[in-house]
Unconditional design. Structure first.
Length: 323
């Protein structure tokens, strides 16, 4: 009887460990290897067929997501491609770079550079299309946020107030608000129609490196240099949850299309998935051999791409929602 008791106890422990491992284990679908340069940014096209990656060489690679086949390479930048963003219709790709301090607009089908937007006085850290595709926002080391007319390439507004590098910009899903996160440890919300600042979140413990709106626009996630992720109520400006686990800077955050999950990429060489409702870490994607710089969900939410300083883009399977 005692032997049977110990056997059942051992079996229970084994199954518990196995179950816990299944929650943290990850399924790597594919590895994209480009020109031997680190990957600073990744983005899926709106239809999910194309995966773009921005490299430290200044090149942008377009991949067929389903096969890993290289489709095109967009060349012209002379510095790191810190940020890339597809237009809502998938016809254009915007990119922001260091060294040349420019934003480029590319025709996705031909790979042709259509426009070059100059004006920032330093590195362009972040670019983001408005939901209607008419505007482009950019954030820079020159401490400014700028709004651009996509059709003409003309600068429409310069939003000033941050006291340090603007690391990330994002439009709300409805397009009414623009958020900016900066190394001055603040997040600012701007009214797009008037370009006036509407709210400021202050008192954060470290640089704000990355931000992302939830699909319904009700939440904003921010990734900080101290390794923490904060979930904010957009209307209230209150911190709702703090996600802790990363050991170093969180370079990128992204909500899943259904708003259930937040993905994060960090200098601690991990990519993690978090449950928004509870703040619980659901999965840790391992196997990276360098800083994780960028994450992006596929439009159907089934895949997660990560861009890394080990010169790869990795494609991961996202766990299905429990029944």
């Amino acid at each position: 009887m005692l032997t049977r008791h110990f056997f059942l106890r051992a079996l229970f422990v084994f199954l518990s460990v196995l179950f816990a491992a299944s929650l943290t284990a990850s399924q790597e679908i594919r590895v994209f290897r480009g020109d031997g340069f680190d990957v600073k940014s990744v983005a899926f096209s709106p239809d999910g067929r194309i995966l773009a990656s921005g490299l430290t060489s200044g090149t942008i690679l377009l991949w067929e997501a389903s096969s890993g086949r290289e489709l095109k390479r967009l060349e012209g930048h002379t510095g790191y491609v810190f940020s890339i963003s597809f237009s809502p219709d998938g016809r254009l790709l915007a990119s922001g770079s260091s060294i040349d301090n420019t934003i480029r607009l590319w025709d996705v089908s031909s790979g042709e550079e259509l426009k070059r937007l100059g004006g920032h006085g330093s590195y362009v850290r972040s670019v983001s299309f408005s939901p209607d595709g008419r505007l482009l926002a950019s954030g820079s080391d020159d401490r400014t946020v700028r709004l651009w007319d996509v059709s003409s390439g003309r600068e429409l507004a310069r939003l000033e107030g941050h006291g340090n590098v603007v690391g990330s910009v994002a439009f709300s899903p409805g397009g009414r608000l623009l958020a900016s996160g900066a190394w001055d440890r603040t997040i600012r919300f701007w009214e797009v129609s008037s370009t006036k600042a509407s709210r400021r979140l202050e008192g954060l413990a470290d640089f704000v490196v990355s931000i992302s709106f939830s699909p319904d626009g009700g939440l904003l996630a921010s990734g900080l240099a101290d390794g923490t992720i904060h979930i904010w109520g957009v209307s209230s400006g209150k911190e709702l949850r703090r996600l802790e686990g990363h050991r170093f800077a969180v370079n990128s955050v992204a909500f899943s299309p259904d708003g259930r999950l937040v993905a994060s990429a960090s200098d601690d060489q991990t990519v993690r998935l978090w449950e928004v409702s509870s703040g619980k870490e659901l999965r840790k994607f391992r196997g990276h051999r360098g800083s994780a710089n960028s994450v992006a969900f596929s439009p159907d939410g089934r895949l997660l791409a990560s861009g890394l300083d080990d010169k790869t883009v990795r494609l991961w399977e996202v766990p299905a929602k429990p029944p």
